[in-house]
Design a protein around this ligand. Structure first.
Ligand SMILES: [Zn+2]
Length: 228
């Protein structure tokens, strides 16, 4: 089914995002080639990888989106986005981490990046076009197990069960639409120029302090300039 959005595992998440982003088929983000591209499906290629035979570079649909340059699997990002949107971003990092099976720090990072992305897109992005809305399968039960089982399936299954359980009190058809709108807004944003997350000055200082003296936030420097 085209445009079905499924979040239960990594492959399904990639197929869903590809259908949303590449409405007219895959496009190489490096050279815009459309025809001489192919999916890499060997065991050594990570899920969702394509190769462009014009410029010889690999790419995925994450390229140029807020999901680029992240070690967090795509289905975890999308489940996190759904949980945050349906809870109106009131879920704590601790709870989010528990549901997604990631560290509190990773959950906090996801939260910050999603909040910043959604806020930044509020002015310019258009809502998901109503006529293009996919048949909603976002919260569908787990499909039958495939045989032979795919690698990582037990982890996917446990995570998706926690996700569905957490949504018992949160999700509604309205949150499906809100999720699709938020996803569309995030995807219509230009890519971040640097891989570093723009979450907060606090985290930047934390990272810097591992190697360097923490830098003063710009705002404080300005205040000092004014007062001196
Ligand atoms: Zn190319």
């Amino acid at each position: 089914m085209p445009y079905a959005v499924r979040l239960h595992d990594e492959r399904a998440a990639f197929l869903s995002l590809e259908a949303l982003v590449w409405r007219d088929g895959p496009v190489c983000p490096h050279c815009q080639e459309r025809s001489r591209v192919g999916r890499l499906s060997g065991l050594s290629s990570s899920i969702g990888t394509w190769k462009c035979y014009a410029c010889r570079k690999p790419f995925t649909v994450r390229h140029g989106t807020i999901f680029q340059n992240s070690h967090v699997p795509l289905h975890v990002w999308l489940q996190g986005l759904y949980l945050l949107i349906s809870s109106r971003q009131r879920l704590s990092s601790q709870k989010l981490g528990q549901i997604l099976g990631v560290s509190v720090r990773t959950a906090w990072h996801l939260k910050g990046k999603i909040a910043a992305g959604v806020a930044a897109s509020e002015d310019h992005a258009t809502p998901f076009p109503r006529e293009a809305r996919p048949p909603i399968e976002i919260r569908a039960p787990l499909p039958e197990a495939t045989s032979p089982p795919q690698p990582g399936q037990a982890v996917y299954r446990a995570r998706y069960e926690r996700f569905l359980h957490a949504l018992d009190n949160l999700a509604s058809p309205c949150s499906d639409i809100a999720f699709l709108d938020a996803l569309n807004r995030l995807l219509s944003q230009p890519a971040q120029p640097a891989p570093r997350s723009p979450v907060s000055i606090g985290e930047q200082q934390l990272q810097l302090s591992l190697f360097d003296e923490p830098e003063e936030p710009l705002e404080r420097q300005r205040l000092k300039d004014v007062s001196s």
